[in-house]
Ligand binder design. Sequence first.
Ligand code: ATP
Ligand code: MG
Ligand code: MG
Ligand code: MG
Length: 481
Amino acid sequence: MRTADIRQRWLDYFASKDHHVVPSVSLVSPDPSILFTIAGMVPFIPYILGTEPAPWPRVASVQKCIRTNDIENVGRTTRHGTFFQMNGNFSFGDYFKAGAIDFAWDLLTSSQDEGGYGLDGDRLWVTLWNEDHEAYEALTKTIGLDPKHIVRLPREENFWDTGQPGPAGPCAEWHYDRGPAYGPEAEGGDVDPGGDRYLEIWNLVFDQFVRGEGQGKNYPLLGELDQKAIDTGAGLERIAYLLQGKENLYEIDEVYPVISTVEDLTGRRYGADPEDDVRMRVIADHVRSALMVIGDGVRPANEGRGYVLRRLIRRAVRAVRLLGVEDEALPLLLPVSKDAMKASYPELEASFDTISQVAYGEEEAFRRTLTAGTTILDTAVQRVKSSADGGTPVLGGAEAFQLHDTYGFPIDLTLEMAAEQGVQVDEKAFRDLMAEQKRRARADALAKKTGHADLRAYEHLHKDLTTPVEFLGYTDTQAAV
Ligand code: ATP
Ligand code: MG
Ligand code: MG
Ligand code: MG
C-alpha cells in the first residue's frame, strides 16, 4: 500500500464511522504559542480546552507536522522524521475510551480487504496508566487483548496535560512488536520504544480530568471534565513502513526516492556504511521537510520558523558534502521529493517554482558561507598548529564562535574540519559564548517587549523559558546549526 493509500484509508474508515473529515491545517501553527503544528490536535485545542464549542462531535484528519525536537533522532532511530503526518480521530463529548479503543483495534487488525490495515493483533502491545481500569477493561474484555500485552505505567510515563491547570488525562499507546530480529522480548512488560522492537504507532489520549497546580506530573486531579474528549495521533509513516515491509521511516515510498538519487549523485551505496546511511536518511528527511515548510509559506531567516528551515537546508547540504559531493544538490533532490509527495499533496506541483527558487537560493547562500568560512578556518588552523610547540593544537572558543556568528559556520563543521587537520577546538569556551549570546538576546527581546530590562522582568522570562511546556516553543529552535 502506498503511503497515500494508507492515508486515504484512514480518512475513509473514520468517515464511515460518522467522523467529519477535515483537511490538514498549515505547518505554520494556528496556535500562536508554538512555531509549527506538532500534532493533529493543534487546530482543535479550543475544543479540547472547552473555550469554544466543537462544530462537530467526531472529527478525523491527517495532519502535517514538524517536530524540531526530533531533529537529532533523524536517521539514527528508525522512526523519527522532522516532517511527518499524524493521522487522528477526535471526539468532543461523544465516544470515549471504549469507543476509541474499539476503532483502533478494528482499523489496525481488520484485513486489508475489509478496509483495515491487516496488522497481526497478536503483535500489538498497549501501555496504559496504571489506574486506568476503564481502558484496561475495554482492552481485555471487549477486544480480548492478552493481558500480558498490557503494560501499566505510572502517571509520569503515560499522562497528558498542557503544563497548566486545566484538562489532563491518561493515554493508551499502541506498539507493534516487530519481532526478535529487532531486540529482546519485553521483560516485565517494558516496551519502552527507545529500542526498535516495539514500535510506538498510535497514541490515544483520554481527556478526562481537571488538573490543579503542580510541577511536572505532580498535581492533584480535581475531578472529571464536563466534556470529555478523545485526541488520538498515529504516525502515518510508521504504519507505512510496517505495511511496506521496510526497515525504517526513510525507506517508504514518500522518502526513499531521495535516497536513491543521493546514491546516484554520490556514487555511494545505501546500506554499505552506517554513517553514510545516516547522512542519506538525514538528507531525504530534511529535503522533504524543507519542501513542505516552504510550501506552507515559510522563508529562510535567522530566527523563528525561518531559522528552522535554514537549519534543515544547511544540514541537508552539509550531509551531501560529507558524502563527497560539493556541487549543488537541491536542484536534483527537491524535484524527486516533490514527485514522491504529490499524490497526497497535489498543490506542490503548482507552487514548485516558488518553492524551488527559495530552496536553491538558500543552498547557494550556504555554499558561499562554506567557502568563506573554510578559508578563515584554514588560516586559523595553520596558525594554532604552528604555535602548538609540540603540544596538541587547540583552536580557541572565541574563534569558533566568530566563525559561527559572523560567517554562519556551524560548530560541528568547525569541529570536523579542525579534527581532519589534527586540531582540537575549545568547545566548552564556544558553548559558553553561545549561552552568553542567547542570554543577551533574550534580555534584548524582553527589553524590546517591555521597554525596560530590569532583573525581575528577566527572571520572569527565564522562568517562562524553562518551565516545562507541552508545546515546543521558541527555545527549541535556537540550537546551533
Ligand atoms: P516517540 O516516543 O516515538 O518519540 P511520541 O510519544 O513523541 O513518539 P506522540 O507525541 O505520542 O509521539 O505522537 C503520536 C504519534 O505520532 C506517535 O505514536 C507516532 O506514531 C507519531 N510520531 C511522533 N513523533 C514522530 C516523528 N518525529 N516522526 C514520525 N512519527 C512521529
Ligand atoms: Mg517523541
Ligand atoms: Mg513515545
Ligand atoms: Mg507517544
